[in-house]
Design a protein around this ligand. Structure first.
Ligand SMILES: [Fe+2]
Ligand SMILES: [Fe+2]
Length: 451
């Protein structure tokens, strides 16, 4: 697109914004600038694709062209978007003057102390040929997801240290941490699911505990569990392997095959974990049951073997599923990680044997067709990493493009919402192996999670 034409249109928009801030609604003084913007946008839209005006890394961008002079020339537009918490506005062909007027009123709303939320205002002004992307809430959730993940990790490290020193960890702080994660999962599970896919092998045991808790909470949300039950499920996920502090570290860290005796010792961890939960005050007995039973399989293989014919808490199988998914998607000394949809397929194959079919199905549905962290090839030939699933359309998640059509790694990855009609040409055609493509999924996910 011609930069000059775009700049002209921005100038008109800037003028109209200034005028609309000066005159009351309906004042004839707004008519000329408004007509200029409408005409400018309509001309640009004749190119046949929607136009996106937004802020990318603190720079105003219009139709993907950066306008660096934000501090001076485009200040009015820039601050209006920022002030409203709008990341971008997408204009579609057919946009009319009254819709643009509505947008102007919304944008200048910060000056007049307008407090209604964007969705309501958008509807009130009947804006049909433009949509907005508001990221303030999203950013908040992402930032708090990261903070909460780190707090949870810190708590697990502290708890394990206390236990090794023979002390009993505080139930209250464990509950607080799970509460925090549950709160975020209920708002938007994507951010924490993304954190759970940033596999840090150095601290496997600790990360694994937090990740399993996240997968349990996300599954619990998907199953629409009551809040209390959801948190108990998350708590069990966090503490499921706590018994391993009482297993000799050399066995836990051993990378080769375990001999029979070592295997016998490691299989004691669910019972040792249950004992630890018994010693903690105020832990829900259901959480204890889930910890004790998380390795008992649907077909009653697994351990402790004495429970083969006992009644198993239904969510204990959920902890087992979450445990299995995290282990499969993490690179370990003895295994290269599986990519997320592969791990989901393995779980599917185990349905009816290791896992209860209905529960495995729900777990896979929770992950989505293209789980967070999955690398996918787009119809354009580009390769992207899934950063958030789209609850309304499983096949159109939010992705970050990492390889161009020639297979070159992009220095600057780009976030794309595949559900956006203007991105129709980018539909997903297949999953690809991120390792083979040299994609560092953790780093890509981190771009979306950075503060
Ligand atoms: Fe375990
Ligand atoms: Fe585990």
């Amino acid at each position: 697109m011609n930069r000059q034409l775009l700049a002209e249109c921005l100038t008109h928009l800037q003028g109209a914004l200034k005028v609309s801030a000066l005159y009351p609604e309906g004042h004839p003084g707004i008519q000329n600038p408004l007509q200029n913007v409408t005409r400018g946008l309509s001309t640009l839209l004749e190119a046949g694709h929607p136009l996106v005006l937004g802020i990318v890394d603190d720079v105003l961008a219009f139709d993907e062209i950066p306008f660096y002079e934000t501090d001076t020339v485009w200040r009015t537009i820039f601050s209006a978007l920022r002030g409203r918490g709008i990341e971008s506005i997408t204009f579609q062909s057919g946009i009319e003057a009254n819709e643009i007027l509505g947008i102007l009123h919304i944008l200048k709303g910060t000056d007049s102390g307008e407090t209604a939320d964007l969705a309501t205002l958008w509807k009130q002004h009947d804006i049909r040929h433009a949509s907005y992307c508001d990221t303030l809430l999203g950013d908040d959730v992402r930032v708090s997801a990261r903070r909460t993940y780190e707090e949870s990790l810190g708590l697990v490290v502290e708890m394990m240290t206390e236990l090794r020193m023979g002390r009993i960890p505080s139930t209250r702080s464990v509950i607080e941490v799970v509460d925090g994660m549950g709160e975020i999962i209920l708002q938007d599970p994507n951010a924490l699911l993304g954190m759970a896919m940033l596999k840090s092998y150095d601290q496997y045991t600790y990360n694994h505990s937090v990740n399993v808790s996240i997968f349990c909470l996300a599954l619990g949300r998907h199953l629409e569990l009551e809040r209390d039950e959801l948190l108990t499920f998350g708590l069990a996920g966090l503490l499921h392997d706590v018994g391993k502090v009482r297993t000799n570290e050399s066995i836990i860290k051993k990378s080769g095959m375990l001999d029979d005796e070592e295997l016998r010792l490691i299989k004691l961890h669910p019972e040792l974990g249950a004992e630890i939960l018994d010693s903690m005050q105020g832990v829900d007995p259901a959480a204890r049951a889930m910890v004790l039973q998380h390795h008992v399989r649907f077909d009653r293989t697994g351990y402790p073997e004495r429970l083969a014919s006992a009644e198993i808490h239904p969510l204990a199988e959920g902890v087992g599923l979450a445990d299995c998914y995290d282990a499969l998607t993490t690179t370990r000394a003895y295994q290269r990680s599986h990519h997320p949809s592969d791990a989901a397929r393995i779980i599917q194959r185990c349905a009816g044997a290791a896992f209860r079919p209905e529960l495995a199905e729900q777990f896979i549905a929770m992950l989505g067709t293209y789980p967070v962290g999955e690398a996918v090839r787009l119809a354009t030939g580009e390769v992207a990493v899934v950063t958030a699933k789209n609850p309304l359309d499983a096949t159109s998640p939010v992705v970050r493009i990492v390889l161009d059509i020639d297979g070159n790694l992009l220095e600057e990855t780009r976030r794309v919402e595949l559900a956006d009609p203007s991105e129709a040409r980018r539909r997903i055609v297949a999953s690809v192996n991120s390792l083979a493509k040299g994609i560092d999924v953790a780093t890509i996910l981190q771009v979306d999670l950075k503060d």
